[in-house]
Design a protein around this ligand. Sequence first.
Ligand code: EPS
Length: 387
Amino acid sequence: MRYLTAGETHGPQLTGIIEGFPSNITINFDEVNFQLARRQKGYGRGRRMQIEKDTAAIAGGVRHGKTTGAPIALVVENNDWKHWTTVMNIEPIEGSDETKRRVNRPRPGHADLNGGLKYNQRDLRNILERSSARETTMRVAVGGMARQLLQEFGIKVAGQVIRIGDVEAKRTEMPIDQLIDVTEQSPVRVTDKDAEARMIAAIDAAKDDGDTLGGIVECIIEGVPSGLGSHVQWDRKLDGRIAQAVLSIQAFKGVEFGIGFEAAERRGSLVHDEIMHDPQRGFYRATNRAGGFEGGMTTGEPIVVRGVMKPISTLYKALQSVDIDTKEAFTAQVERSDTCAVPAASVIMENVIAWEVARAFLEKFGGDSLEEIRRNYEGYLEQIKQY
Ligand code: EPS
């Protein structure tokens, strides 16, 4: 199973094509749109989110509410396109000024300069339009489809914000359904009300200073059987694949599983999870410091992944850069942007991980239809029980 996305942030639409999605999965369209709406929320977003109201249209691969096994085509329209029809027109426009809204001043932290050099573009708009985090809209729609496959097998996905700037949220251990409900009520997707107020204050303060804030988000996936991914080849290790998916989210700079980087400070006896057995549960781990992975394979314990998002690079506060035409130093090119997109990033991370888990699930229980996958899945669970 694979997918590609296309589309520019101020272009007419975002497009996604999913290939290899199994047949006979009932698609809840509201669920996909719910994921898109979740991504648009969160304290610290800019004016653009008031312009957009993201909904996905399915333009192939689904008939009477069920997948057919054919490629699934997804489309999300950009409402902002109507303000950009000249600048972003697909065809040349007679008499129009092509240089209108040309970008010749690369913004530090963005793809602008590297992309301009690499693709030999003198208008950096041709880079920023595609590198924009607007693209994550389609990745969330695709993840929304993957979640529907996971739901068939009782796999649940949750996300929470752990840190925004210098404010850390206290983690409360709670059942995953409760975690999903509580974080959904929070404008910064935390369970810790005290931290929530301080995070909001920190975002307001950064905004007043023309600055931005990053943070840490955590994703938990429950109900995954042991044995997804494989130790036998580097590119089949599922933790490695999830790490790649997380780092591919715009502005993400780091990823860790379970206790993650803290493992460096601890002795082995306080890192590894002891193996237990119970006639009802089968094999399980006494703790889950590994975050659900050993040898690149799931252990059957919840997958726990954290990702670090850097502060958004578009700042009202000036940073120094160099004009690509004059080669002269300049500061400041004010662009509309968000102050903090960490709560949205939590939703994006949930959905890109859901996709990777669904992909690994299909590799293990491969089948073209839901019924075939279910037979393989149940046969494997029986095999584990008898082991
Ligand atoms: C983004 C810049 C802003 C964000 C955008 C990502 O857009 P604009 O340049 O139109 O103000 O709002 O995020 C989205 C549009 C979105 O849907 O999340 C960027 O440069 O990455």
